[in-house]
Design a protein around this ligand. Structure first.
Ligand SMILES: Nc1ncnc2c1ncn2[C@@H]1O[C@H](COP(=O)(O)OP(=O)(O)OP(=O)(O)O)[C@@H](O)[C@H]1O
Length: 359
């Protein structure tokens, strides 16, 4: 799958801009703040229908303008595919594939597989557990649309159950039967989510560890553990056990929405004991494993966006990453960097065709 060209209209700092891309490696270089990341974000937008960096859709419209349009012309399985995303202030975002609007955005997810590696990924290490759940969910959803639907349903029921618990507290009331209906639904969807996350991680963790070993040249070992209440017991029993606690807290204290991932380096939490370069290597290994997983599931080479990845890494690690990317037969790659020479030196190692875009 190749993104042949990208046109932006009023997207972030761009008024009108068109890029014709190389099928293999595209390097977007320029000074701080010129819009390199914004170009990668527009490509991300075409795959996921939203920005990776700014979740408030209207803030992606160029200041003082009324709308934005992102147009991507792709080639997928020898067919031309045109994806257009537009947003007008005060209206709903529209995603069109070959001039036809999607009714549900979720139908588009997975059509254009993509993996982004960016400094913002650091949230995966330092942020709350929701960031890590979103990471697992986004990887699984790219190849399993039913999973995404199950997550949406599950989260809706958690919100409804929480509202009910608040209502009980406010009105000094309690209705066991209504609560049990929610418990049963949560249990049904929560178990599906748990089983799918577990199966996914069983496959994912060995790939991740292998990627880290390659990047660090075996200098340190990392680990990733899945933590879930559902390892202890089935969700319905757990919900019944915590009913008094949930009534007091006024929210649902057990379930798949509490799952987390533990990240360790040489047996200690990487958040506290990993250097900046080790943390960055960890995140890149996670994302390269994600790439491999999506590629295997979808049968398509995802687009790879590498935003500012060279910073904080020594030359040896940069060279290992570039080697990994080349050995894996990655598809189309977009790299953003402030140092044109550094980027060119790195991409020259792989002896593939590349194009430099000076912004
Ligand atoms: N809605 C918007 N309208 C206009 N400009 C915007 C909007 N959103 C972001 N920008 C501008 O985009 C620029 C940042 O772009 P971006 O993050 O792509 O830079 P970059 O080239 O990747 O920089 P760096 O090298 O520092 O990472 C900033 O100048 C910011 O003000």
């Amino acid at each position: 799958m190749i993104l042949k060209s990208l046109s932006l209209l009023n997207y972030k700092n761009f008024d009108t801009k068109t890029f014709n891309f190389n099928d293999t490696i595209n390097c977007i270089v320029g000074n701080n703040g010129v819009g390199k990341t914004n170009i990668l974000d527009a490509i991300y937008h075409l795959s996921f229908g939203k920005s990776y960096f700014n979740p408030i859709a209207s803030q992606n419209i160029k200041h003082d303008e009324e709308f934005f349009v992102i147009n991507g012309d792709y080639e997928k399985e020898n067919k031309a595919e045109k994806i257009v995303i537009s947003l007008k202030k005060g209206q709903k975002k529209v995603i069109k594939r070959n001039s036809k609007s999607y009714e549900k955005f979720s139908d588009h997810i997975g059509f254009l597989p993509l993996v982004i590696i960016s400094p913002a990924d650091r949230d995966l290490i330092i942020g709350g557990s929701d960031t890590r759940r979103k990471f697992i969910d986004s990887v699984i959803s790219q190849s399993d649309n039913n999973y995404l639907i199950t997550i949406i349903k599950y989260n809706k029921i958690v919100a409804q159950r929480n509202s009910l618990l608040k209502y009980f507290a406010l009105n000094n009331a309690f209705n066991k039967d209504t609560l049990e209906i929610y418990n049963l639904q949560l249990s049904e969807f929560g178990t599906v989510i748990f089983e799918k996350r577990k199966a996914f991680l069983d496959n994912f963790i060995p790939i991740f560890k292998e990627r880290y070993r390659a990047i660090s040249n075996g200098n340190e070992s990392v680990d990733l553990h899945y933590k879930s209440d559902l390892f202890d017991s089935d969700l319905n029993s757990l919900l019944q056990q915590v009913i008094n606690k949930d009534k007091a807290l006024q929210y649902t204290s057990v379930g798949a929405h509490k799952d987390d991932l533990y990240f360790n380096i040489d047996g200690h939490p990487i958040k506290k004991f990993g250097s900046q370069g080790q943390q960055k290597s960890f995140l890149i290994a996670l994302k390269l494993a994600q790439f491999q997983f999506i590629k295997k599931q979808s049968g398509v080479n995802p687009i790879l966006l590498l935003d500012d990845i060279f910073d904080k890494l020594d030359e040896e690690r940069v060279s290992q990453i570039i080697k990994l990317v080349n050995d894996e037969n990655f598809g189309q790659i977009f790299i953003s960097d402030t140092h044109a020479e550094r980027t060119e030196r790195a991409v020259k190692q792989v002896h593939q065709s590349y194009e430099i875009f000076n912004i």
